[in-house]
Design a protein around this ligand. Structure first.
Ligand code: HEM
Length: 118
C-alpha cells in the first residue's frame, strides 16, 4: 500500500510506434507518451494499509508489460526485511536526521537516522 501511495518512479515514458488512439486522444508515430503512474495509483484513494486498494493494480509502481521491473522481488525482499526490523523496535519511531541522495532516478536518502521514543 505504501508503494502504491508513494509510487517512487512517478511516470513511465514511451514512444508511439504507429499512428493510433489512446483513450480518445490521437497519437502519431514518434509521439512521446507519459504514463502518469503516480496519478493512476493515487486515484484509488488515500493511504490506508487496512484497505485492499492495491488489488487489481498488478503492482503498477513497478511498471507494466515487457519492461516490468526486474528488481521487484529484490525490492520487496528489502522492504520486508526493513519493516520486520522496524517492527521489533519498541516505542514510537521518529526520523531525527535525514540527508537526501541526489542525482538518482528513484528518490532515496543518503542517510536516515531514526530514534525510538518511549
Ligand atoms: C521500490 C523499488 C523500485 C521501484 C519503485 C522500481 C520501479 C521500476 C519501474 C516503474 C520500472 C519500469 C520502467 C519502464 O517501464 O520504463 C522498472 C524497471 C526496471 N527496474 Fe526497477 N524499481 C525498483 C527497484 C529495482 C531494483 C532493486 C532493481 C535491481 C536490482 C531494479 C531494476 C530494474 C531494471 C533493470 C528495470 C528495467 C527492466 C526492463 O526494461 O526490462 N529495480 N523499475
Amino acid at each position: 500500500e505504501s508503494l502504491r501511495w508513494t509510487t517512487p518512479s512517478l511516470a513511465t515514458l514511451r514512444s508511439a510506434l504507429v499512428d493510433t488512439e489512446i483513450g480518445g486522444a490521437k497519437v502519431q508515430k514518434g509521439d512521446r507518451i507519459v504514463l502518469a503512474t503516480y496519478k493512476a495509483n493515487r486515484q484509488r484513494g488515500p493511504w490506508d494499509p487496512t484497505s485492499d486498494r492495491v488489488a487489481g493494480l498488478r503492482q503498477l509502481w513497478f511498471g507494466a508489460g515487457e519492461h516490468f521491473c526486474i528488481g521487484a522481488p529484490l525490492a520487496m525482499a528489502q522492504i520486508r526485511t526493513a519493516i520486520t526490523a522496524l517492527r521489533s523496535v519498541e516505542g514510537r519511531l521518529q526520523a531525527i536526521d535525514r540527508t537526501p541522495l541526489r542525482n538518482t532516478v528513484i528518490p532515496s536518502y543518503r542517510s536516515l537516522v531514526m530514534e525510538a521514543q518511549k
